[in-house]
Design a protein around this ligand. Structure first.
Ligand SMILES: [Mn+2]
Length: 312
């Protein structure tokens, strides 16, 4: 048996950790593992430092158990889909198992299960379960499907192949509620998200002969629309479907006036490389980083644009 599975079996109180501003993959993998811990009759907690989790993800099994205060008396933590330690949003002493699929992962755990060939962390988890003959039940299958669906961009990512569809078939055969996942992850939107979309569409700028789309979202835009941070992402990604656009860039002002920058690429431009020059990370086709408060949106935009233009 795998040493990670052995370590889990020895633990008395496990905390599963989803990253800051969690997505369907980080929550889905934590959800599946949470179900597994309950089956093992372990004491288990689910921690996420972000308080306002995107409501469209709260259909995932056990999501009502998520807490933003770190539990005391845990003897094992498991982080899911966190590329670096600061994505956890918390410091603690106990042993950490790091389960992830980001190429930029810093192997910050005592145990590290990082496979960047996997399209989602739920796929990494699926392989762990399979290799250790751990049965996947319908609740786990739904949560794992959710991660695959979201991280593959609705199965449109170029890494998607027949093997992935075979895995999807297996999860659906087990009882994954794919209709529920499709409705919430792909279609659901809040009124705030709907209104923000209109603002972003109107303010989009194109550069380098239309090959780069840029969105600047101010604090005021967020407040007038009533949207939350992750609501910016769908429009950021949609811009890649414009005929000429290869890279899409978002600069979003946070409440503390720091700037969250997100990059998406549909071409050979490796946005992870660009993000890492700003101490961020992610994947070759989707990455991000944060600029400290005090940086003006306009100067940040110019600086990043210069780097992206060079890569085209
Ligand atoms: Mn992921």
């Amino acid at each position: 048996m795998n040493e990670i599975v052995t370590r889990i079996e020895q633990a008395k109180h496990v905390v599963v950790i989803s990253h800051l501003n969690p997505d369907a993959d980080s929550l889905g993998s934590a959800s599946a593992l949470y179900t597994h811990m309950l089956r093992l009759h372990k004491k288990v907690s689910w921690f996420c430092a972000t308080k306002n989790i995107n409501p469209k993800l709260l259909f995932l099994p056990w999501s009502e158990k998520i807490r933003s205060s770190f539990p005391s008396s845990v003897d094992l933590a498991i982080s899911l889909d966190c590329g670096s330690r600061d994505r956890l949003g918390i410091d603690f002493e106990c042993d950490l198992i790091n389960i992830d699929h980001h190429a930029s992962n810093e192997n910050f755990g005592k145990y590290n299960l990082v496979d960047f060939k996997c399209i989602s962390t739920t796929e990494v988890l699926y392989n762990l379960f399979k290799e250790n003959t751990i049965r996947i039940n319908p609740k786990m299958a739904t949560a794992m499907y959710a991660g695959l669906l979201d991280d593959s961009g609705g199965f449109l990512d170029e890494k998607v192949d027949g093997t992935l569809f075979a895995l999807v078939k297996e999860l659906i055969d087990i009882g994954a509620d794919y209709k529920l996942c499709n409705r919430y992850i792909m279609k659901y939107q809040s009124l705030g998200a709907f209104r923000l979309k209109a603002i972003m569409h109107k303010n989009m700028m194109l550069f380098c002969d239309g090959r780069i789309a840029v969105f600047c979202v101010t604090n005021e835009d967020m407040q007038t629309s009533g949207a939350i941070g992750s609501d910016c992402e769908s429009t950021l990604e949609e811009a890649l479907w414009l005929p000429t656009v290869e890279v899409s860039l978002l600069l979003k002002q946070n409440r503390d006036l720091s700037i969250k920058c997100s990059l998406r690429s549909s071409s050979k431009v490796d946005v992870n490389a660009i993000a890492s020059t700003f101490l961020g990370g992610g994947h070759a086709n989707r990455a991000g980083f944060t600029l400290e408060s005090g940086t003006a949106l306009e100067s940040a935009k110019e600086k990043i644009l210069k780097l992206v233009c060079k890569e085209l």
